[in-house]
Design a protein around this ligand. Sequence first.
Ligand code: PHE
Length: 498
Amino acid sequence: MTTEELQTLVLTTLDAKGSIGNTKGIKDSDDKEVDQLALLGALKSLSLDKEMVRYETIEDEIWVLTDEGNEIANKGSHEAKVFEAIPAGEEGIVISELQKLLGDTTKIGQGQAFKNKWITKNGNNLIRAVDSIVDQTRIDLETIRSTGKHLNPKVLAELKKRKLCDKHKIISYSVTKGPQFSLTIEKQARDITAEMLQSGEWKQANFKKYNFDALGIPPTGGHLHPLMKVREELRQIFFEMGFEEMPTNKYVESSFWNFDALFQPQQHPARDAHDTFFLKDPAISTQFPTEYLERVKEVHTNGGYGSIGYGYNWKIEEAQKLLLRTHTTAVSSFMLYNLARKKEFKPVKYFSIDRVFRNETVDATHLAEFNQVEGVIADKGLTLGDLIGFMETFFGKMGVKNLRFKPAYNPYTEPSMEIFSYHQGLGKWVEIGNSGMFRPEMLEPMGLDPEIRVIAWGLSLERPTMIKYGIDNIRELLGHKVNLSMIESNPICAFDLI
Ligand code: PHE
């Protein structure tokens, strides 16, 4: 085709149902018909940045006969065949005879011929009811075949229902020359390169235009780690239940707040360097509330508040030692001490979810650090029943329904209870938390009214997270072996699986 010939060219394509194939007369260099998408792609590419052509899309519809429709257009409708097979006169034809003549289509033809009042019955025979007929179905189908249309939409609907014709969409492109029209496609440069600048080639280069409408690659933003997702869910539960978040933003504590304030004796095995990470530099803290420290020393040594104490020689040097906090209960003790100093007591509910450290042998389920979920409620007249009831509500909100409580021991709580839940997947009772009522030996030296009871509990954040996300090795959750795509692709956490 020469340049002059390409004034306006209409390229027509039919949809997949089309009997003419995908495109009409548009062939590629291998003489194969080009499919519609390829054609559109080529037009877009030639028009958009190259501006070689311009095109407009014209949509139209065409009616095409089915095989059966074509057959009728050629040879007449089934009803016309029935009419023609019946000889004129009173005799007519016996039905079984007609069936022999026309075969399978007799029934449809007969029905339609009755409907058209072309035939009637005379005993067992069918006879003509009119002298001559006009086979309108055939005429309609011939019209559709030659024009692709029919003026009466009712006829089209009826013939479509009878599966004699079907509607197709035709998409045509009206193509004209664009400002950069040419019969050869010049390769366009996408980027300006250092070589192009050096050689001066950039001056002649034909640059591809920017496509400001192109969708960018979605940026990979940050993703919350599964632990942080579960933490967020738990925070919402706490907030919903009226809790305040404790400030847990320092990992280093003194032994005093981590152990002594909690009535944990200085010879307790947890205070050994095998269980706790102590700091070397600085190794100690000397900032303590003096009077309170004295009362703590006294309760450890000689007791008080109805207790006989531990009866050992309490040393300040031990309390001064700095460590990486072994539990967030260190923060709870500090918060309760501050609560005791307030002029007026108001019941409080505190929680925190943060990191703690223990000098433990690392294995598939333990690391030297983990996150603790801690809760504290202080009010007058609280009982163990309140603690159990609270646990049931709290864990219930996490989807944990079956709880059992087992007596346990903590130096700072009495009574103490371990919380167990039945794990469907594991088929056994698993420990999910530790809890208790803080001892008077811990609360009263702080200056809290002896009528104030404090119920408290702690659980690991890792355990529910691992169960929830089906992770059985903690190293897949934390540390250098973590697969980043696991973090990206994990869904938000809704507590239903624990
Ligand atoms: N501090 C306990 C632990 O680390 C948890 C706990 C908190 C128990 C408060 C009782 C009361 O396991």
